[in-house]
Design a protein around this ligand. Sequence first.
Ligand code: HEC
Length: 175
Amino acid sequence: MRRALPLLLPLLAILAACEDQSMRQQARYEVYGNAPLFPDHAEARRPPEGTVEVGALARETALREPPSVDAALLERGRQRYDAICTPCHGYTGHGDGMVVQRGFPAPPSYHEDRLRAAPAAYFVDVVTRGYGVMYAYANRVEPRDRWAIAVYIRALQLSQGARVADASDLAEKLP
Ligand code: HEC
């Protein structure tokens, strides 16, 4: 041990000089803290003016151009509608979903004349921007899915407003 001591002492001195170099130990700004480096002293920086979010242009285009309607789009709309809209609007669109039955404000029925007359683009718009107490779903429902849901709402409207005459029409078309 005696012989080892002269070696051990410089080693200890070297170790003591080592600092924790991790970012946790360095000077830094706290989240949302005061940051004198910037003129407005805000740590949280805004994107420079004119910044375009990745994929924003494609989403804008998809929003403006309705996809062609086929069975696959309708099925996608049903799947998305059932997953996202039914808690409030209900499976048939009468505005009697589960959370409404538990006291959440009731949405209007899709089967009232005003909403029957509304164009599909109106439903897309409500999902994009929200309406009254209903908040926007733009960050949860992609534009193509908004169209798919709008198409499915149209199908729901047809299903609830079917007349006997429509059925006899159908019967004629059956083989
Ligand atoms: C958390 C509950 C909730 C969910 C989920 C919800 N909505 Fe609504 N929605 C409402 C309420 C409440 C209203 C009525 C708002 C008002 O009149 O202030 C409404 C209104 C509407 C209207 C009628 C607007 C008008 O002109 O009267 C449409 C269309 C609509 N929602 C579509 C959708 C679609 C499509 C989805 C799914 C993507 C959806 N909503 C999801 C609660 C919801």
